[in-house]
Design a protein. Structure first.
Length: 55
C-alpha cells in the first residue's frame, strides 16, 4: 500500500475538494396548484402529474 511521503498543503487539498459540493434540486411550479415541486415528480400538494390525478 502506498504511503504518503510529504504532507499536502491546505491549498492542494482545497483544489481537490472543489467539486465536492452538492447541487440544489431544480424546482418548478405545479401548473395546477402553483406549489413548488421537483421536475418529473408528482405534486405533493395536489397529487397531479402531467395533467392527471395520480395520488
Amino acid at each position: 500500500m502506498a504511503v504518503q511521503q510529504r504532507r499536502n498543503s491546505k491549498t492542494r487539498k482545497a483544489k481537490r475538494r472543489t467539486h465536492y459540493k452538492l447541487a440544489a434540486p431544480t424546482l418548478v411550479r405545479c401548473p395546477k396548484c402553483g406549489a413548488l415541486k421537483r421536475t418529473h415528480r408528482v405534486c405533493g400538494e395536489c397529487g397531479d402529474y402531467n395533467g392527471e390525478k395520480v395520488a
